[in-house]
Design a binder for this molecule. Structure first.
Ligand SMILES: [Zn+2]
Length: 279
């Protein structure tokens, strides 16, 4: 037989023997607190945290584990012929940092009554920017780091500011000189481009679809407006130190349907099968 033909037949049989069965579920990512994973289940609905989650026509979906999620999480798969597959996911704990930050302007640690009104406005704007209403799977492009630089604050760190215990860090801080361009970490839609918020300063939120958002805070300048569609790598603003910041850096945050997770885990999305396993 012709060698090429033999090769073709061998390749085809290899492909067929490894084809997952119809109800197989693939997950890609790390089963740990503060991580996002991509899944594939083409046969029906996926229920996670008691909610039916969005799946694409090909069956792609996203799930995320919060900073303090319990070690056992259930996920269910409902096929069109009404069989249910329940899977218990074992979530590894993550050791979160303790972060001491000194030199924060005192009113940014203990806000006045009028500051509390500004904080409330900020929370409403951020929440609005993170609504789950985009059905385009922009996230399938994968993600890049928005700025290169030293990590000056990790996600999830328990923060002690000027000696006062504050909320855990909701994103990752990347130190970079003031004016460094900040890139869109993936394709998306600008859902918030707001100046001078109390904590975030000048801030941009991108919606990547399916409830997935990234946030870029403390910017010196904003270079996009709400409603803009951006492509991965587009310059959306410049690194600054606006809002609650002690020096120039980018605060990069990420959330899935309101669950905040460690932004660098986005870098694993669509980076190949090394991160994938079958349930
Ligand atoms: Zn930060």
């Amino acid at each position: 037989m012709n060698t090429k033909l033999t090769y073709l037949i061998l390749s085809l049989s290899t492909l067929l023997s490894f084809a997952p069965n119809a109800n197989a579920v693939e997950l890609c990512g790390k089963l740990a607190q503060g991580e996002i994973l991509v899944g594939k289940f083409a046969e029906g609905d996926v229920i996670f945290k008691q909610e039916k989650i969005r799946t694409s026509e090909q069956g792609d979906f996203l799930i995320a584990f919060g900073r303090d999620d319990e070690s056992s999480q259930n996920i269910s798969f409902l096929t069109k012929d009404e069989t249910t597959k329940d899977v218990e996911l074992k979530i590894e704990p993550t050791a979160w940092d303790i972060q001491n930050i000194n030199g924060v302007p005192p009113r940014k640690v203990t806000p006045s009554n009028s500051d509390l009104r500004d904080i409330e406005t900020e929370q409403k704007l951020v929440k609005k920017g993170q609504k789950n209403n985009t059905t385009t799977a922009f996230w399938k492009k994968g993600f890049i780091k928005p700025v290169e630089g030293r990590t000056s604050g990790k996600f999830g760190g328990q923060r002690i500011m000027n000696g006062v215990k504050r909320n855990p860090h909701s994103g990752m801080d990347i130190a970079a000189p003031e004016g460094t361009p900040v890139k869109a970490s993936s394709d998306g839609k600008v859902t918030l481009a707001a100046p001078e918020l109390f904590y975030s300063g000048n801030v941009v939120i991108l919606d990547h679809g399916y409830g997935l958002h990234t946030i870029y805070a403390h910017l010196k300048e904003i270079h996009v407006k709400e409603g803009d569609i951006v492509t991965q790598g587009d310059i959306i603003g410049l690194v600054g130190k606006t809002g609650r910041a002690t020096g120039p850096h980018l605060h990069w945050g990420a959330s899935l349907n309101g669950i905040k997770f460690n932004p660098p885990s986005l870098l694993n999305i669509n980076k190949g099968d090394d991160f994938c396993f079958i349930l």
